[in-house]
Design a binder for this molecule. Structure first.
Ligand SMILES: Nc1ncnc2c1ncn2[C@@H]1O[C@H](COP(=O)(O)OP(=O)(O)O)[C@@H](O)[C@H]1O
Ligand SMILES: [Mg+2]
Length: 467
């Protein structure tokens, strides 16, 4: 089942949208505050203009302060389609001169010096905007003019500003949101193109690297990792193909030789020669079986390196003694000598018992095969742990000691009837155990000393007898 994958576009957009809305709302709130403030100021200015036109009608003559304004003029003055206009004029000397309502005084500020004071108040339980200002007459009287206006116009104006700001906000969020959505889309399109290119390339040749120059810089690290992986896969695949081809090639020879022997046996009427042909066919089958076993071992080690547990506690002393024991009859029958050298107390290493046994068996098989009736010593060193097999056969020339570890490589002297997998298997198993396979000349100078060393030391450590 496929898990629901996240969309980069939707994720980015979901992350950006709240900030966009918050920023737009903040801007609109500021715009609303400012437009409201300035529109109210315009209305205040109108109130002030009206007050000033009344001030102009104040006269002070012969110690008497009067205001000369006709009833018609006052009617025009009071007229307003939506609001009620109130006025009240008081003189310090005469008291109240004129007015159509009792207008409250400004709550805090004192009114003086011809400066208008604006304030909020209430008349007959209705909220009003008030203005008070005081002017001095030429003969020393002080006249205070107060004007007030109900808030209907102001309320309507506030509503209009609020509604238009909200409309603008929604519009801005929609437009900017759309632009961001498209912008992200354009960015994603680059990625999608790259993915499409990669897929079409992949379809054509699955293991070819992706061109890093053709993808957006953000995905270059991903592409580099992919290329590395593809490179490793291609190498592994090539090795596997070569391995299968080599294996098939190796198996062809014994099968051909078996066929020859069996055909010979079928034609042969002489019982002794018939038996000899059958025996050699059986010998080939024995060799082939061993080869198949080696192939399977390598395939197992190659296939699941992580799946092979290497955490068993293995007593290598018992293991090596066991393997020596198993070959003693065969070696003594060939009038050779085989023995164990090393501690009699257990030496433990961490690893996979079956694999380690396979490695020691391969080294001992080689020694038996190449030293024939010679002397074979297998042993253990305790610290750092090491398993070794030594023989006094022909040995391996220094120039060949690396190549003999290659799969299917045999020293071209025609002495080996194997298929060149033994040491490759030992090397692979050693690697698995973080150990090192070291091939040296035997201590006596003649023969091979093969060591599997479990310590963290470089090849070229002193031979076992020096330890
Ligand atoms: N103990 C040994 N003495 C001499 N030569 C050896 C010894 N072990 C291995 N070799 C050489 O190394 C080659 C590779 O060995 P190996 O990987 O076991 O393959 P195989 O035994 O199948 O030929 C052999 O062909 C042989 O020539
Ligand atoms: Mg071998």
């Amino acid at each position: 089942m496929r898990s629901v994958s996240t969309s980069v576009r939707r994720t980015l957009f979901a992350k950006l949208l709240p900030s966009l809305i918050a920023a737009t709302l903040a801007c609109c709130a500021a715009a609303y505050g400012l437009s409201n403030h300035f529109s109210q100021r315009v209305l205040d200015q109108w109130l002030l203009d009206s007050a000033m036109s009344l001030v102009k009608q104040v006269h002070a003559e012969h110690g008497k302060t009067t205001i000369s304004v006709t009833a018609d003029a006052l009617e025009i003055f009071e007229w307003d389609a939506v609001d009620r206009i109130y006025y009240e004029i008081e003189s310090a000397r005469e008291g109240r001169i004129l007015g159509n309502a009792r207008i409250p005084y400004p709550p805090r500020q004192t009114v003086a010096g011809g400066r208008p004071v604006f304030y909020d108040a209430a008349i007959a339980a209705a909220g009003v905007r008030g203005l008070a200002m005081a002017v001095a007459t030429a003969d020393g009287d002080v006249v205070q003019i107060r004007m007030a206006e109900t808030r209907n116009k102001r309320g309507l104006l506030t509503n209009d500003v609020l509604v238009s700001t909200l409309i603008v906000s929604v519009f801005v969020v929609a437009v900017v949101g759309y632009i961001i959505w498209r912008g992200i889309g354009t960015g994603i399109a680059l990625l999608e193109n790259a993915v499409r290119d990669i897929r079409s390339l992949h379809g054509a040749s699955p293991l070819s690297p992706i061109d890093e120059a053709a993808v957006p810089s953000e995905v270059v690290p991903l592409v580099q990792d992919l290329n590395e992986l593809v490179g490793e896969l291609a190498t592994t695949l090539r090795e596997k193909q070569r391995f299968v081809a080599d294996a098939a090639h190796q198996l062809r020879t014994p099968f051909a030789s078996m066929r020859v022997q069996l055909e010979l046996a079928r034609r042969e009427s002489n019982p002794a020669r018939h038996q000899a042909a059958i025996d050699s066919a059986l010998a080939v089958i024995g060799n082939t079986t061993r080869m198949l076993h080696q192939l399977l071992t390598l395939a197992r080690v190659d296939e699941s390196p992580a799946g092979l547990a290497v955490n068993q506690r293995i007593n290598v002393v018992a293991l090596v003694r066991d393997e020596v024991e198993r070959r003693s009859d065969e070696v003594w029958n060939a009038s050779g000598d085989i023995g164990y050298e090393g501690p009699s107390t257990p030496v433990f290493v961490k690893g996979n018992e079956a694999l380690l046994r396979e490695a020691v068996a391969n080294l001992l098989d080689n020694a038996c095969k190449h030293a024939g009736g010679g002397i074979i010593t297998a042993g253990v060193i305790a610290d750092p742990p090491e398993v070794f097999v030594e023989d006094n056969g022909p040995g391996i020339p220094v120039s060949e000691r690396d190549r003999v570890r290659d799969r299917f490589y045999r020293i071209p002297d025609g002495t080996s009837d194997g298929c060149g997998l033994g040491l490759a298997i030992v090397e692979e198993i050693a690697k698995h155990h973080h150990a090192t396979l070291i091939l040296d000349a035997a201590r006596g100078g003649q023969g091979l000393l093969a060591r599997i060393n479990f310590g963290k030391l470089a090849p070229g450590r002193p031979a076992p007898d020096a330890a």
